[in-house]
Design a protein around this ligand. Structure first.
Ligand code: UDP
Length: 236
């Protein structure tokens, strides 16, 4: 039995790269979609927010010297590309998905309309929220928190390359240990980076728990949805 009725899954753009340096790795996106399919088969309603860092990120890389807002709009368009790729892979794998964009590009993607998103979810379709929040100076973490709160998701699941929240950066400090659960307040007082600050504040205000887990671990998403102890739960 799934532990939730409705979840918001946040995938970073980089999760789509696999071992490649940029872009979308075919085997990786197929594997991710198959994991999402397993979850939908448990009956849980799934909404997805995907980042764009594998293609373009407003705050770094290709944007050096650019006007920040322009670079951020490019980043949002990158998330649209990833969302389209994700939804198309879902179609190939037998999942009915809908992409909804926070910025108007109606010839490509339908606009985000909350009641329609809720309807799709109730119909068992997977909804992919594209273009982040639609605003520059934000990130897709914030889009995940925002959409998660709007659709009444019971939890935000943040799939990353690291299998949870650690006492210190495990890549730099071999003695770092993983929290199995931690409260919002403790995460703040210990200065642990779970989501970016805006997203974290929104989840805390809305009492929306977050679970951070590894996208690289086969079956982890399903275990999370079944309520098993996987990654780190950030709770109220
Ligand atoms: N972005 C934005 N507003 C949003 C969401 C995203 O301006 O609400 C831009 C921003 O430039 C960001 C880029 O889109 O760097 C890609 O998103 P993000 O960095 O969150 O992707 P991820 O790191 O998850 O791949």
């Amino acid at each position: 039995m799934p532990a939730y009725k409705r979840i918001l899954l946040k995938l970073s753009g980089e999760a789509l790269m696999g071992d490649d340096a940029f872009g979308i790795n075919r085997a990786t996106i197929v594997r991710m979609v198959q994991e999402i399919r397993e979850v939908t088969q448990t009956g849980v309603e799934v909404a997805v927010v995907i980042g764009g860092g594998n293609i373009f990120r407003g705050v770094a890389g290709g944007s050096v010297g650019m006007d920040r807002a322009t670079a951020d709009y490019m980043g949002m368009l990158a998330t649209v590309m990833n969302s389209l790729a994700l939804a198309d892979t879902m179609r190939q794998e037998g999942i009915v998905a809908r992409v909804m964009s926070a910025i108007g590009i109606e010839q490509v993607v339908e606009p985000y309309v909350r009641p329609k998103a809720l309807q799709y979810l109730e119909e068992g379709k997977v909804v992919v929220f594209a273009a982040g929040t639609g605003n520059p100076f934000f990130t897709t973490d914030t889009a995940a928190a925002l959409r998660g709160a709007e659709i009444g998701a019971e939890i935000v699941l943040k799939a990353t390359k690291v299998d949870g929240v650690y006492t210190a950066d495990p890549k730099k400090d071999p003695s770092a240990t993983r929290y199995s659960r931690i409260s919002f307040d403790d995460a703040i007082s210990k200065n642990l980076q779970v989501l970016d600050a805006t997203a974290f504040a929104l989840c805390r205000d809305q009492k929306l728990p977050i679970r951070v887990f590894s996208i690289l671990k086969p079956g982890a998403l399903k275990r999370v949805v079944l309520g098993e102890d996987e990654g780190t739960l950030v709770h109220v």
